[in-house]
Design a protein around this ligand. Structure first.
Ligand code: GLN
Length: 478
């Protein structure tokens, strides 16, 4: 069953000609047919393109040409990341039928490394949400319990990796959208340091907060995917110079447990986090409690900034330059514009309206600037903590995966689930979610590691130290 293999096993097998990329891709496509009716993780399956890419790669290998580090590996791409010739919709009516004329830099780099795009993954409309319920394509379901949410907004990415429809996936993380579904689906998900990965071709939600991040079933696969796509890009001037590589190994480090994160979590979650703390201590890490008092302002600050940026970014969708054909009766600008934009979903509209409000004169200082001050405060607190600790740990999500429909009508309840993830986005630091265990009723719980800017290597070492002894990795019965 080749579809069960992790990315590193696929790349080795293909390169050593133990099996062909084409055989593997065929098995992946069959697997997708079997599980997709249950999980609804993919909005487009690139069957023909994937088989063609696999054949081309097999030929290259037969001809003795070098194959990349991700040779043959099936990858799903969140549907807000541009893929040349493959429909990219952001799960929104606004981008119905939109086929990008170019690849995002991250997609191109993964393909150059040998990865094969198997399909596009479901998400909350324009990546705004935490459950994948705000998708025009219907909700993705958690592979561990299909009556529950997979997390979001990159729910399709995490669910497709957990359900063995691909070995790795790309999501985007503005306030936790890679880590939340990784935690809920028991896979590994990373948000890189701001500026490590190109955003060129990622359809913007809130530019100052977001990064594209990899999802995989092991820390090593996530590190290899990050290495393949990270580094400077002339098309994104926020990228930092250099091209990193990572070697994942066990390392006794200084670990701080963020007190505020565990205190507010569901006891079933904190129990697992405390036992992870003990595991790390047994592995020789120097563990202690850490405190970040300004965490209490993080969520309000995040949603203020994210909505402000969203209101500006989404102004471009007027159904003139992008989007579906509404067959308008006449082109009077105001009514046409209003009619077009009424096609956004409720959550997106809510954010555009709230975002415009916090930026309006009279309220700008009270809300937007205040939120930016919190951001500076958090950064300062973290800088000082990272002189004492190599990594900070805590729960990725304060709660267990909940039933579909439970929070969908209550925006505040929905926003609250992001308390532990938004901190890393506000501060621009890297964070990773690693499977930490399961509740009594077999629901996944994730452990989050955060490190200082551009300290991905240290974070991988800490995450791997835990992963290699905790041995939580397994797959759901589907
Ligand atoms: N749940 C958060 C939001 O709705 C995060 C989304 C994301 O990271 N894209 O804004």
């Amino acid at each position: 069953m080749l579809y069960r293999l992790d990315a590193s096993q696929v790349a080795n097998g293909v390169k050593n000609r133990e099996f062909s990329a084409e055989e593997y891709i065929h098995q992946i496509l069959e697997r997708i047919e079997v599980v997709e009716p249950k999980v609804n993780a993919l909005v487009t399956v690139n069957s023909k393109g994937a088989v063609e890419q696999a054949r081309a790669l097999d030929k290259k290998i037969r001809d003795g040409e070098a194959a990349g580090p991700l040779a043959g590996v099936a990858v799903s791409i969140k549907d807000n990341i541009s893929t040349k010739g493959i429909r990219t919709t952001c799960a929104s009516k606004m981008l119905d039928g939109y086929v990008p004329p170019y690849d995002a830099t991250v997609v191109k780099r993964l393909q150059d490394a040998g990865a094969i795009v198997i399909g596009k993954a479901n998400l909350d409309e324009f990546a705004m949400g935490s459950t994948t319920e705000f998708s025009r394509n219907g909700p993705t379901r958690n592979p561990w319990d299909i009556s529950r949410v997979p997390g979001g907004s990159s729910g399709g990415s995490a669910a497709s990796v957990a359900a063995l429809e691909c070995a790795i996936s790309l999501g985007s993380d503005t306030g936790g959208s890679v880590r939340c579904p990784a935690s809920f689906c028991s896979v590994v998900g990373l948000k890189p340091t701001y500026g490590l990965v190109s955003r060129y071709g990622l359809i913007s939600y809130a530019n100052s907060l977001e990064q594209v991040g990899p999802v995989g079933r092991t820390v090593a696969d996530v590190a290899a995917t990050l290495a393949a796509m990270a580094g400077q890009d002339d098309n994104d001037h926020t990228t930092a110079p250099g091209k990193p590589s990572y070697l994942v190994s066990k390392m006794p480090l200084r670990v701080g447990l963020v007190k505020e994160f565990v205190e507010d979590a569901d006891p079933k979650v904190s129990k697992i986090v405390y036992s992870a703390y003990d595991t790390l201590e047994k592995e020789g890490c120097r563990c202690a409690e850490a405190s970040m008092p300004s965490v209490q302002y993080a969520l309000a600050s995040y949603y203020t900034i994210a909505m402000a940026e969203a209101s500006s970014n989404l102004a471009r969708y007027d159904n003139v330059r992008y989007g579906f054909d509404m067959s308008p009766d006449g082109y009077e600008w105001n009514s046409y514009f209003a009619k077009s934009r009424s096609n956004f979903g409720e959550e997106v509209k809510r954010r555009i309206i709230t975002g415009s409000y916090v930026l309006s004169s009279g309220y700008y200082g009270k809300y937007y600037l205040k939120a930016q001050q919190v951001r500076s405060l958090l950064r300062r607190e973290l800088k000082s903590l990272f002189t004492q600790f190599d990594v900070l740990i805590g729960p990725t999500m304060p709660i267990l995966p909940f039933p579909i429909g439970e929070k969908v009508d209550d925006p505040l309840k929905m926003y609250l689930v992001d308390v532990d993830t938004v901190v890393a986005n506000l501060a621009g630091i890297p964070a990773i979610s690693v499977p930490a265990g399961f509740s009594n009723n077999n629901l996944p719980i994730g452990l989050q590691f955060m490190a200082d800017e551009f300290s991905e290597q240290t974070m991988f070492d800490a995450a791997y130290t835990f992963e290699s002894v905790a041995k939580v990795q397994r797959s759901p019965d589907l």
